[in-house]
Design a protein around this ligand. Structure first.
Ligand code: NCD
Ligand code: ZN
Length: 356
């Protein structure tokens, strides 16, 4: 299963064949936007965990069922693609909803957004205690909790929100629910890497390509870059290095989750611009670039295609994909409903090309 078996080392033209990846954290939106962006992920991933932060959010299995149908219709061109649905946890999600979710066979996790933490999180959880009976049921039935791990107090520095979430929320949560499967989503700090590494096997984490490739200078130096603004916000270089060490360590707790979060150009290039980067159009290519930068391509497959399936208790994909170390230029924009969307690396190059 090692990629080195497949990596031809003739420098510039080398190719890499790996088991088809899965995206364990993806925003697909709805309506025309969904139709425009879902095929990008379906083309390269076997499955994706679909975030429920629509407006209004997906809080019931019934809504998840309808949303899944809309996603399947947007990805008809790639009939093997499986959208794995999630529910948005609120203060009032009843434990019985968890039974429904499990019974449906289409819901694979429940997402915790602390109220006010990020895009469409107004209906999120105000006090985790209110959710304890529901978390109890999830622990019992083995349904993972996916956590947006940032505190939201106005007086907490935005660069410290993840670290303080660990100290004030996550430690207690893992003590109160020692056998609840938790994915600490899109981690961005050395503190989160350490927490996950030192926790039990019930705790894992996703890491985005953009947090592996960029630090906060990429957002703020030489002019503010709204397309590099996301939540959790990019951090300093030492944190990026800790993330790189985590994904190339061979530790099974870390897996691919792009957090590709498209917003229209006008909502990004705005005096109050939305958080989120659009990376799904070249997800695996961007990760390949990050691993290649530190000569660790042999670790990519485990991170992108094995660890997530293992944590969720699913089989790995049976198909393979092949990447080539060949530069291509990213379009300056892609259509997005009535508007357009500016992809990461708009008009610039990516070093890897997905061949099939
Ligand atoms: C996400 C979005 O736009 O839905 N934004 C982001 O910056 N990542 C929400 C989220 O995952 O925080
Ligand atoms: Zn997200």
């Amino acid at each position: 299963m090692s990629q080195t078996d497949h990596l031809s080392n003739n420098t510039a033209s080398s190719t890499l064949t790996i088991i088809q990846p899965d995206d364990w954290h993806l925003h697909l939106r709805d309506g025309d936007g969904l139709m425009a962006i879902a095929p990008f992920t379906a083309r390269q991933c076997g499955r994706a965990i679909i975030m429920p932060n629509l407006s209004p959010p997906i809080t019931t299995t019934l809504q998840a069922n309808d949303y899944q149908k809309r996603i399947l219709s947007a990805t008809q061109q790639y009939p093997k693609f499986k959208p794995l649905m999630t529910l948005y946890l609120t203060d009032n999600t009843p434990p019985d909803e968890i039974d429904q979710a499990i019974k449906s066979g289409l819901v694979f996790a429940v997402k915790l957004y602390p109220a006010g933490a990020t895009t469409n999180s107004e209906a999120g959880v105000t006090d985790l205690k209110k959710c304890y009976p529901t978390l109890e049921r999830m622990q019992k039935l083995g349904l993972p909790l996916l956590v947006h791990g940032e505190v939201t107090h106005a007086n907490t520095d935005i660069f410290d929100r993840e670290k303080i979430f660990i100290e004030q929320r996550l430690i207690k949560l893992t003590q109160d629910f020692p056998e609840l499967k938790i994915v600490f989503e899109h981690i961005t700090t050395a503190d989160a890497v350490d927490f996950v590494t030192e926790s039990s096997s019930f705790i894992a984490a996703t890491i985005t390509a953009h947090h592996l490739l960029m630090n906060r200078n990429d957002m703020l130096v030489g002019g503010i870059k709204p397309h590099h603004y996301c939540l959790p916000v990019l951090k300093r270089e030492t944190h990026r290095e800790a993330l790189i060490t985590a994904v190339t360590s061979g530790n099974k707790k870390f897996f691919m989750g792009t957090d590709s979060a498209p917003h229209s150009q006008k909502n990004k290039e705005n005096s109050c611009g939305c958080a989120g980067m659009f990376t799904a159009f070249a997800a695996i290519e961007l990760y390949a670039e990050a691993f290649d930068q530190v000569d660790s391509l042999e670790s990519l497959e485990q991170f992108s295609s094995l660890n997530g399936a293992l944590f969720y208790g699913l089989k790995v994909n049976s198909d393979k994909i092949t990447l080539q170390r060949k530069k291509w230029t990213v379009p300056t924009s892609y259509p997005f409903g009535d508007d357009n969307i500016i992809p990461l690396r708009s008009g610039q190059t990516i070093n890897w090309t997905l061949l099939s």
